[in-house]
Design a protein around this ligand. Structure first.
Ligand code: HEC
Length: 159
């Protein structure tokens, strides 16, 4: 049932003034945003890399992206990083592309997708090295092809 809005004047019950239809629209647009992130994350061209690899090749289902641990100190960057800083680190390094601007729609969508995949995981900002040090037996080989030939590398993951 739709809630009736008796008067347009704010009476303090801000959330009570929204209808089921409003909520359905918000849910659909959030889903659309996350879907766009899923698309970019799986598209080697969309991230602008130069070696033909997409994020999911190393992070299937956004695994090992640990968005819940940000902000945290990242050794590669030598500073406290936000999630987007590590997304850019991966664009520049493994994917050999150019970093995206913070407000780039692809960056925004990928952040949305990565957070969406960790729904329910406890926020634990600042969690850094020790918890993420790879444990024996968790490493896997990753292979990808590019115009420069075939590549492979070892990626060691925890969770
Ligand atoms: C060739 C493999 C590879 C590809 C492709 C790749 N990554 Fe990564 N990514 C890594 C590795 C290795 C690390 C771990 C770096 C570290 O912490 O030492 C990492 C770390 C991350 C982190 C931080 C994880 C944490 O624990 O804090 C995020 C976020 C991330 N990648 C997102 C992305 C996104 C988004 C893309 C696509 C634009 C991408 N990665 C592409 C290998 C890859």
């Amino acid at each position: 049932m739709k809630k009736q809005i008796a008067t347009p004047i704010q009476d303090g019950h801000t959330y009570g003034a929204f209808s089921d239809r409003d909520e359905a629209i918000w849910a659909a647009s959030t889903e659309q945003f996350v879907d766009e992130g899923h698309r970019v994350f799986h598209d080697a061209q969309a991230i602008g890399g130069t070696v033909g690899i997409s994020c999911d090749m190393c992070h299937p289902d956004a695994s090992n992206t640990h968005p819940e641990t940000y902000p945290k100190y990242q050794v590669q960057l030598g500073r406290v990083a936000l999630l987007r800083d590590m997304i850019n680190w991966c664009i520049e390094n493994p994917a050999r592309g150019r970093p995206l601007a913070d407000g780039d729609p692809r960056m925004r969508a990928m952040e949305a997708y990565i957070y969406a995949k960790r729904k329910g995981v406890k926020l634990e900002y600042g969690r850094s090295r020790p918890a993420q040090r790879p444990r024996p037996g968790t490493a896997s080989r990753v292979r990808w092809k590019s115009h420069r030939g075939s590549h492979s590398g070892r990626v060691a993951w925890t969770t």
